[in-house]
Write a protein of this length. Structure first.
Lengths: 129, 401
């Protein structure tokens, strides 16, 4: 039994709201114009912490409206959920497999609900019975 | 209760199983889980933790991942119904009895018929160490029971994994019969089969069976790649064993065979662990996990003297440095793309265990018991541990060998 809980009965009484803590660190390189959205809400590039319900899907979208070819772009330095690294580690699952956006248009990364089952699968933890 | 009058599904919701589930749901630690809890102390991915994963539970994020588990409603149902389950087993461990052609010194009569025969004599030599083994009638020698069990097995919906336990499984006809029944029932393509062999046998029937199942996971039991294995896994012929292992390694190329080593180092074989690690790396084969011997207590790794302990650490560190290894926490070591990382994990796990273990309070008593234990076996077998593990000569002499 995990040290933080005594019995399974205790577990059922836990309030599960706001239990996915998303950490995001973006780095602008050079001159760019962009719109960053997390679950369809526009966020500032320097915002770093967000809270969601345990069963919320998560969608990160970055739309690059303007940039200078070869010298500018937006880097996703770190995107984590409950301190589990999602990007850059799993960038191959993004709409375009990169964590450096230097192209016009929308780049997105989607995590379906529930997060922990998705994470179990993409991190290769074996079959769920 | 036995398979003659109880089906698998009846047992699954028997009072015994319901009580076990209830205990787990209420935070108890059933005695049968002791080995896993012991292994957890060394940050090893124990069987207990592996079962969590089958429900999608991440132990480091326990509360949230339990809530997210597709089995959450089933856990609640069991909690509200005294441990009853609405599910069916997906992972079966089938005990085929103790029929075995080996008599390993760390084994027990319940798992080896040959060792059981030895124990009858050993009990007369040293009754305070060796118990008189009970007669064990195995169901596998009754063709009607094997047939009934095969029918029962093929009727369970959604089985994903079956592990066959022995004895020496490849030495037991019922193993082949049950596999062939699963194939005939058209279920094999959806089932992963696992078993363990001591490598003494390579029966060509196994090639067809391996090719029919979705995957076949074969554990290869070995304690050392040197003659020390002959002593510990008596009466092994390690040269022959390694030749058979090579055949299994080759089968990986053409079938869904996954091979892993099943090592459980004891006070002697731990000294050659670095050589075992090199064998793993050379043959691209993992050790299933960092198994740590808990019984018999007189063979505990923890009994080794300090100078040998340091020597072992130095040798393992040389391997770790040579291959630039570090711990990466691979939880599914059967993925072919993760073999090298899984090997590194096991090596680092063992290294950490050897560096950090504490000696039992009765270590001196156990060392004297070790000598009595060995001398009893050697009086039957006419061999001597000194010939196989000369580095331990002074240590053993100081305890009366």
């Amino acid at each position: 039994m995990h040290q933080d809980i005594k019995t399974f009965s205790d577990l059922t009484a836990i309030d599960t709201r706001h239990k996915l803590i998303v950490g995001l660190q973006l780095q602008k390189h050079g001159q760019t114009e962009s719109i960053v959205k997390l679950n369809d809400c526009v966020i500032a590039v320097d915002q770093i912490r967000f809270e969601f319900d345990l069963f919320d899907p998560i969608k990160l979208e970055i739309e690059l409206l303007d940039f200078v070819e070869g010298t500018s772009g937006i880097e996703i330095v770190n995107f984590n959920v409950n301190e589990l690294e999602i990007l850059p580690k799993y960038q191959h699952l993004a709409s375009k497999p990169t964590n450096y956006i230097d192209f016009l248009g929308v780049w997105s990364f989607q995590i379906p609900s529930p997060f922990y089952i998705w994470y179990h699968q993409i991190s290769g933890q074996g079959f769920i019975a | 209760m036995g398979i003659a009058n109880t089906s698998i599904m009846q047992f699954y919701n028997s009072d015994y199983m319901k009580s076990m589930r209830n205990d787990l749901l209420n935070g108890q630690r059933p005695a049968g889980c002791a080995n896993c809890y012991y292994s957890d102390n060394f940050d090893k991915l124990s069987g207990r933790r592996r079962q969590f994963l089958k429900s999608g539970i991440n132990e480091k994020h326990f509360e949230l991942s339990v809530r997210s588990s597709p089995h959450y409603a089933e856990f609640l149902h069991s909690l509200d119904n005294h441990g009853h389950s609405r599910m069916a087993p997906v992972d079966l461990q089938i005990d085929l009895g103790n029929t075995c052609n080996g008599a390993c010194i760390m084994c027990n009569p319940m798992s080896s018929s040959r060792l059981a025969a030895d124990f009858v004599k050993l009990h007369k030599i040293k009754p305070e160490i060796f118990y008189e083994p009970p007669n064990r009638e195995s169901w596998i020698h009754n063709p009607d029971l094997v047939k009934k069990f095969a029918e029962d097995l093929t009727s369970i919906p959604g089985v994903k994994y079956i592990h066959f336990l022995g004895g020496e499984t490849l030495f037991i006809d019922a193993f082949y019969t049950l596999c062939e029944e699963l194939i005939a029932a058209g279920l094999a393509k959806d089932i992963i089969v696992g078993t363990t062999t001591n490598g003494s046998i390579y029966d060509e029937r196994i090639e067809k069976i391996i090719s029919e199942f979705k995957e076949f996971h074969l554990g290869l039991s070995i304690e050392s790649v040197t003659a020390l294995n002959d002593y510990v896994r008596y009466p092994a012929n390690t040269t022959q064993v390694l030749e058979n292992f090579d055949k299994f390694f080759k089968l990986r190329e053409t079938t869904g065979l996954h091979v892993s080593l099943r090592i459980t180092p004891n006070v002697f074989t731990i000294y050659e662990l670095d050589r075992m690690f090199r064998y793993m790396i050379e043959n691209n084969v993992i050790a299933e996990s960092c198994d740590i011997l808990a019984d018999p207590d007189c063979l505990l790794v923890e009994l080794m003297p300090d100078d040998i302990r340091q020597e072992i650490l130095d040798k393992i560190d040389t391997v770790i440095d040579e291959y630039s290894m570090n711990k990466t926490y691979v939880t599914n070591p059967r993925r072919n793309d993760l073999v090298h990382r899984a090997i590194a994990d096991v090596i680092v796990d063992y290294r950490n265990f050897i560096a950090n273990f504490s000696r039992p309070d009765n270590v001196e008593q156990l060392r004297y018991k070790l000598v009595d234990f060995l001398k009893s076996f050697e009086s039957l077998r006419g061999n001597s541990i000194i010939d196989y593990a000369p580095r331990y000569k002074d240590f053993l002499r100081s305890y009366g060998y």
